[in-house]
Design a protein around this ligand. Structure first.
Ligand code: NAD
Ligand code: ZN
Ligand code: ZN
Length: 374
C-alpha cells in the first residue's frame, strides 16, 4: 500500500511525564515536509541516555515525548528537496546531526555539530512543529529521531544511508552505543599500542570502549564496575582484569595507581557520575595520562576537583558519539561491521518484541542486560 503523503497510524512508546514508564500508544505520524524523511523503524536499542529521559535527568526535554535514538530502518517516503535517500533505502537515524555547514562540521577535528540538541532543543522539527499526535495531543520528538515509534520523521541532516545488505537488528547498535564507546578509544583518546587503560562502567558503551582499546593494541585493559556480573562479558571482549571498587577500602584511584605503577595511560568514565569522573581523572598517569568523559551526568551537575591533577600534566577530555562525524562515519562503521572488523553482536543480551519495551528498561536498570533491542 502506498502510504506516501498520508498520515500513518502505528504504535509508539510515549513518555507522558517524568518518572512514569513508557506507554505503548497508537500515534498518528504526519508525512514528511520539505527536507524531512519518514522512516519505518525495524529495530531499536535501549541506551542509558533513554533512561535519563524517562527519569527527567536529560537536558532540554519537553514531555510528552517519544524517546529512542539507537535505531535502524527503511525509508518510507521523503519530503520535497531530499536528495540523499529514497524510499526503500536502509538507513540509520543520527542522534547527533552533521549539518555540514556549521563551524564544527567544517572543522576536521570536531564532530559536535552546532545543530545538536545541546545547542538548540530538537523536540520539534526544524520548522518548530511536531509530526506526532496521540489522542488529539501533540507529542514531542527526541533528538529529532524518536526511534521508539514504528514510523518516525526526521530532518534529512540526521539520516545516513547504509549498506543494503546490513542486518538492521544488529547494526542499530552502531547508531549510538557501540560507535560511542569504540570511537572514544580510537578517535578521542587515540589509544596507543602497549598502553594501559581503565574503563569505569561496563554497560554497552563501556564494553564498546573495551573493544576499542583492544583493537588499538592496549596491553592492559582494566574494567571497573560495582556490578561484578558485568565482568564475564568484559573479559570476553578484551578486559585483561576487572575490579569492583566496593571490594577495596582505599579509593579506586589509589588502587589503580598502585596496580599500574603510577596510573593508567587512558581512563574512560562511562557511568555518568561526577564522583567516578574525578576518580577516573585521578587514576591516570601524572604528566601523560588522558581521561575521557563519556557518561552523561545528572542535570545541573558540577564537579569540585583538585586542579593540581591537571596542572601536573593530565588531560581531561569529553567525547560525544565517539568523535565520529556521524553522516560520514556511520555508513563506514556499518561497512566495517559487514567486513567483520569488529563484533558488537556480543553486546546484545536480550531481544524483545516492541510491546515489552518497559521490560527492556527494567533489565537495563537491574544491571541484567547490556544491550536490549526490539
Ligand atoms: P549502562 O547503565 O548499561 O552502564 C553503566 C554501568 O556503570 C553499569 O554496568 C553500572 O553497574 C556501572 N556503574 C554504576 N555506578 C558505578 C560506579 N560508581 N563505579 C563503576 N561502575 C558503576 O549504561 P550505558 O548504556 O552503557 O551508558 C553509559 C553512559 O554513557 C550513560 O550515562 C549514557 O547516558 C552515556 N552515553 C553517552 C554518550 C556520548 O555520546 N557521550 C552516548 C551514549 C551513552
Ligand atoms: Zn545513546
Ligand atoms: Zn553542523
Amino acid at each position: 500500500m502506498d502510504t506516501s503523503g498520508k498520515v500513518i497510524k502505528c504504535r509508539a512508546a510515549v513518555a507522558w511525564e517524568v518518572g512514569k514508564p513508557l506507554s505503548i500508544e497508537e500515534v498518528e505520524v504526519a508525512p514528511p515536509r520539505a527536507h524531512e524523511v519518514r522512516v519505518k523503524i525495524v529495530a531499536t536499542g535501549i541506551c542509558g541516555t533513554d533512561d535519563h529521559v524517562l527519569k527527567g535527568s536529560f537536558p532540554n526535554i519537553d514531555y510528552p515525548v517519544i524517546p529512542g535514538h539507537e535505531g535502524a530502518g527503511i525509508v518510507e517516503s521523503i519530503g520535497e528537496g531530499v536528495t540523499g535517500v529514497k524510499p526503500g533505502d536502509k538507513v540509520i537515524p543520527l542522534c547527533l546531526p552533521q549539518c555540514g555547514e556549521c563551524s564544527s562540521c567544517l572543522n576536521p577535528d570536531a564532530n559536535c555539530c552546532l545543530k545538536t540538541h545541546l545547542c538548540e532543543p530538537q523536540n520539534l522539527m526544524p520548522d518548530k512543529t511536531s509530526r506526532f499526535t496521540c489522542k488529539g495531543k501533540q507529542i514531542h520528538h527526541f533528538l529529532w529521531i524518536s526511534t521508539f515509534s514504528e514510523y518516525t520523521v526526521m530532518p534529512d541532516s540526521t539520516i545516513a544511508r547504509i549498506d543494503a545488505a546490513a542486518p538492521l537488528d544488529k547494526v542499530c547498535l552502531l547508531a549510538c552505543g557501540f560507535s560511542t564507546g569504540y570511537g572514544a578509544a580510537i578517535n578521542t583518546a587515540k589509544v596507543k599500542p602497549g598502553s594501559t587503560c581503565a574503563i569505569f562502567g561496563l554497560g554497552g558503551v563501556g564494553l564498546s570502549v573495551v573493544i576499542g582499546c583492544k583493537t588499538a593494541g592496549a596491553s592492559q585493559i582494566i574494567g571497573i564496575d560495582i556490578n561484578k556480573d558485568k565482568f564475564t562479558k568484559a573479559k570476553e571482549v578484551g578486559a585483561t582484569e576487572c575490579i569492583n571498587p566496593r571490594d577495596f577500602r582505599q579509593p579506586i584511584q589509589e588502587v589503580l595507581t598502585e596496580m599500574t605503577g603510577g596510573g593508567v595511560d587512558y581512563s574512560f568514565e562511562v557511568v555518568g557520575d561526577v564522583d567516578t569522573m574525578t576518580a577516573a581523572l585521578a587514576s591516570c598517569h601524572m604528566g601523560s595520562g588522558t581521561c575521557v568523559v563519556i557518561g552523561v551526568p545528572a542535570l545541573g551537575s558540577h564537579i569540585p576537583f583538585d586542579p593540581m591533577l591537571l596542572l601536573t600534566g593530565r588531560t581531561w577530555k569529553g567525547s560525544i558519539l565517539g568523535g565520529w562525524k556521524t553522516k560520514d562515519s556511520i555508513p563506514k562503521l556499518v561497512s566495517g561491521y559487514m567486513e567483520k572488523k569488529f563484533n558488537p553482536d556480543v553486546l546484545i543480551t536480550h531481544t524483545l518484541p516492541f510491546e515489552k519495551i518497559n521490560e527492556g528498561f527494567e533489565l537495563l536498570c537491574a544491571g541484567k542486560s547490556i544491550c536490549v533491542r526490539g
